[in-house]
Write a protein that binds this ligand. Structure first.
Ligand SMILES: NC(=O)c1ccc[n+]([C@@H]2O[C@H](COP(=O)([O-])OP(=O)(O)OC[C@H]3O[C@@H](n4cnc5c(N)ncnc54)[C@H](O)[C@@H]3O)[C@@H](O)[C@H]2O)c1
Length: 365
């Protein structure tokens, strides 16, 4: 998934890895190459103070290798803060495989990728992300124990996406409580951008709550199917960012909140599953605050998936998974109030909590 923050030309001007803004003190970056299977992958390990770096693998047809490097670095950094704020003993990491998941993903390629993960001896633990299925993680499991998100019949916690969607729903309700004084989303208009694994499940929760759901996706077939199943309205306008809705839920790409889109938002609340929604954390977080748009930090409210896969390591069950995910409601409300009191962005408020937990652990060592 390309990120709008720095384009290839700008990245080239910076030092290739250590000099990138997104490098941000990564502990280790591993480039994996295998001619026989066509595998080209990058594993980013941002921080392991709290535990092994856990984060999914994304397979995406990047427009350049620079975009892939930038994406994996931004994503693995985000995982550090996601696990820290959620109270999990995990560090932050992520992997990207360069290529088209529909045409270039083979069992051989996934197995080879698993061998690279295994070579890190547990410092990085993988899972699924965009372009990956639970079945792919089952293949990775054949060659390494350092994988989560495997099938339930193979001892895993299964597909994390429905849990992620539930956490996003909780975060969205908390944001509504903060903005409107009530967390009831009945009759609120919610635009869900991207109705993939997480987006569709979010549509399900919203529909059951009685919200007016509008959906947008680049996949026409999915649009028709989800619209029919949940009686959701397909977005017909030209500009999804200017849609006249109460809540915008980005569940597709990162960096959709950027210099170009920011001026156009009419929504009161932004709460969605996509990672790295703010193209520039501090700059765009501040503009949202000035415009009075309540932004529920992505790495806080989309943590349901990591809570689910962490169960495979810690051995807790569905009940605890759901309780921890439901708690996203309270944490989100606390962070929104904290940001308000301290007059800082909601992203900054969440980041401070996460960074403090990491600093405390480091000091105790
Ligand atoms: N799956 C999880 O548990 C999880 C956990 C945390 C964060 N996330 C993040 O949530 C987002 C969605 O994850 P997913 O697993 O549902 O992915 P997915 O690949 O299943 O779904 C993504 C959907 O977005 C659509 N899409 C792509 N570009 C679009 C565009 N420009 N406009 C509208 N739609 C577009 C795709 O067609 C697809 O339907 C990703 O950013 C992912 O990193 C997912």
């Amino acid at each position: 998934m390309t990120v709008d923050v720095l384009k290839a030309n700008e990245l080239k001007k910076a030092a290739p890895v250590f000099g990138q803004l997104s490098f941000d003190d990564h502990e280790q970056v591993v480039f994996c190459n295998d001619k026989d299977t066509g595998l080209k992958a990058i594993i980013g390990i941002h921080n392991t103070v709290l535990g092994p770096a856990l984060g999914g693998t994304r397979m995406w047809n990047y427009s350049s290798e620079w975009d892939a490097v930038n994406d994996v670095l931004r994503l693995s950094r985000g995982m550090t803060f996601k696990s820290a704020i959620t109270g999990l003993n995990l560090g932050g990491g992520k992997a990207v495989i360069l290529g088209d998941a529909k045409t270039q993903k083979t069992p051989q390629l996934m197995r080879r990728f698993g061998e690279f993960v295994d070579s890190l001896g547990g410092k990085y633990i993988t899972a699924e992300d965009v372009g990956m299925e639970t079945a792919d993680m089952d293949i990775v499991r054949e060659v390494t124990p350092y994988v989560t998100g495997i099938s339930e019949d193979k001892g895993g916690a299964g597909n994390p996406s429905p849990i992620t969607a539930y956490g996003v729903f909780m975060g969205m309700k908390a944001a509504a409580k903060f903005k409107y004084g009530s967390d009831n989303l009945k009759n609120r208009t919610v635009l869900v951008q991207g109705i993939g694994h997480v987006g569709e499940s979010l549509v399900d929760h919203l529909t059951k709550e009685g919200a007016k759901v509008i959906i947008s996706d680049i996949n026409e077939e999915r649009l028709q199917q989800v619209s029919k199943q949940y009686n959701a309205t397909i977005f017909e306008g030209k500009d999804v960012y200017a849609a006249d809705v109460d809540i915008y839920a980005p569940c597709a790409l990162g960096a959709t909140i950027n210099d170009i889109t920011l001026e156009r938002f009419k929504a009161d609340i932004i709460a969605g599953a996509a990672n790295n929604q703010l193209a520039d954390d501090s700059k765009h977080g501040l503009v949202l605050r000035e415009k009075g748009i309540v932004y529920a930090p992505d790495f806080l409210i989309n943590a349901g998936g990591i809570i689910n896969v962490y169960a495979e390591i810690e051995g807790y069950g569905k009940k605890e998974i759901m309780e921890k995910t439901e708690n996203i409601y309270h944490t989100t409300l606390e962070i929104l109030n904290e940001a308000d009191v301290k007059n800082i962005t909601t992203h900054e408020a969440a980041l401070r909590v996460a960074q403090q937990r990491i600093a405390d652990r480091k000091n105790r060592r």
